[in-house]
Ligand binder design. Structure first.
Ligand code: SF4
Ligand code: SF4
Ligand code: FES
Length: 382
């Protein structure tokens, strides 16, 4: 009889070079994970990925992220499995009661919040001690700025001597992989953390070092920002290369100019924004809620950083009264540009209307020298 592996009734070829989790994922079978991160050697710390294996009539519980995909049968959601996950979550709730991800899973598996007394209080009560942060800092970033301290319920993640780390690069990888959002970089390093702001979102949100410039980008593929990627900054990280299945990451790729034969050329002049930081008379650069027209456009957009809700950058609250200042940076030969932009009057009017559409009780104001609505139907529009 040929060897076979049966996962939830689906027969596949056994492949001990892979784990049960990997094979299940290939089959589209969901197994919950917390301490697993593709690209890092599995550690089997959290045990939430536990599955039931049946071999020669014997049933055992194994962690899917570490157990090889040998022959036999695997049940990923049997009663025995659900019961085990429930118990694991009850223990985790005592350790990390504030962790939203654990609360969500606990609800799914019917775990009892009161079963065990909470034994970890304070800032670390979201940490499940899965060690993912320590492993990524050590194995991928190759810095090793954090580690475990103490044992049992006193165990925690910290820096050597619990002092600010002078080797932590504040890359944020530990915080990114933490399944329970338990990392506070301000406790690890006193270096100023300067997130990379998204150019497309006009600085209203951040972006990673590998990113697709904007949703309709052509070609629609991610690029690496060499000025902010840890791999290029200090040759420390190569997680993209490790986790990219199509093996598309080539760190040595360079920009190149290619010549094409074309039948026609469309000349689109584009535009340049007047730098908002030049407009200090309005508090630009100092007051977070002073933004330019393009940033407001992103706030209006349902694919923007606030999914179309007009929220103030300063505190995230819905803006109720807003003011559009016309001719900011134009028609001012002494300080700014001498000429009229020819578009601000029209787009401010359009945006004021859209603002009313989004915030029914909101009040937009337009401060202007005079309204210049030159064009067919424009006068009627304003
Ligand atoms: S932010 Fe610091 S502690 Fe976290 S992974 Fe990067 S170097 Fe390590
Ligand atoms: S801080 Fe997060 S990643 Fe690190 S051990 Fe705790 S839960 Fe795991
Ligand atoms: S995900 Fe497998 S043990 Fe944590």
């Amino acid at each position: 009889m040929s060897k076979e592996l049966i996962i939830d009734g689906i027969k596949v070829e056994p492949d001990p070079s892979k784990t049960v989790l990997e094979v299940a994922q290939e089959l589209g079978i969901h197994i919950p994970t917390l301490c697993y991160y593709k690209g890092l050697t599995p550690y089997g710390a959290c045990r939430i990925c536990v599955v039931e294996t049946i071999w020669k009539g014997k049933s055992k519980l194994q962690t899917a992220c570490t157990f090889p995909a040998w022959e036999g049968e695997v049940r990923t959601n049997s009663e025995k499995v659900r019961k085990a996950r429930k118990s694991i979550l009850e223990l985790m709730l005592a350790e990390a009661p504030e962790a939203k991800e654990i609360q969500k899973l606990a609800e799914e598996y019917g775990a009892d919040r009161e079963k065990y007394k909470v034994h970890r209080f304070g800032p670390n009560n979201k940490c499940i001690m899965c060690g993912l942060c320590v492993r990524i800092c050590n194995d991928i970033i190759r810095i090793g700025a954090i580690g475990f301290k103490e044992r049992g319920y006193k165990r925690e993640i910290t820096t050597p001597f619990e002092e600010y780390s002078d080797i932590c690069s504040t890359c944020g990888a530990c915080s990114y992989v933490c399944p329970t959002n338990a990392i506070d970089l301000k406790v690890i390093s006193d270096r100023k953390i300067t997130p990379v702001l998204s150019e497309f979102e006009c600085g209203l949100t951040t972006r990673p070092a590998v990113y697709t410039p904007f949703p309709q980008a052509v070609p629609n593929i991610p690029i690496i920002d060499k000025d902010n990627c840890m791999h290029f900054l200090n040759n420390s990280c190569d997680i993209c290369e490790l986790v990219c299945e199509p093996e598309a990451i080539k760190y040595d790729q360079e920009d190149k100019i290619s010549e094409e034969e074309v039948g026609a050329i469309v000349v689109a002049t584009g535009y340049e924004l007047y730098p908002i930081l030049n407009l200090e008379e309005y508090g630009a650069g100092e007051i977070e809620d002073v933004i330019d027209g393009l940033a407001f456009e992103r706030l209006l957009s349902s694919s923007g950083p606030t999914v179309g809700e007009i929220r103030r950058p300063s505190d995230g609250k819905i803006a109720k009264d807003i003011v559009f200042i016309q001719c900011a940076g134009s028609r001012d030969p002494e300080k700014h540009k001498p000429y009229c932009s020819r578009i601000c009057c029209m787009y401010s009017t359009k945006q004021a209307m859209l603002f009313k559409h989004h915030v029914h009780k909101g009040q937009p104001y337009i401060f202007y020298i005079d309204i210049r609505s030159g064009g067919k139907g424009y006068e009627e529009f304003v």
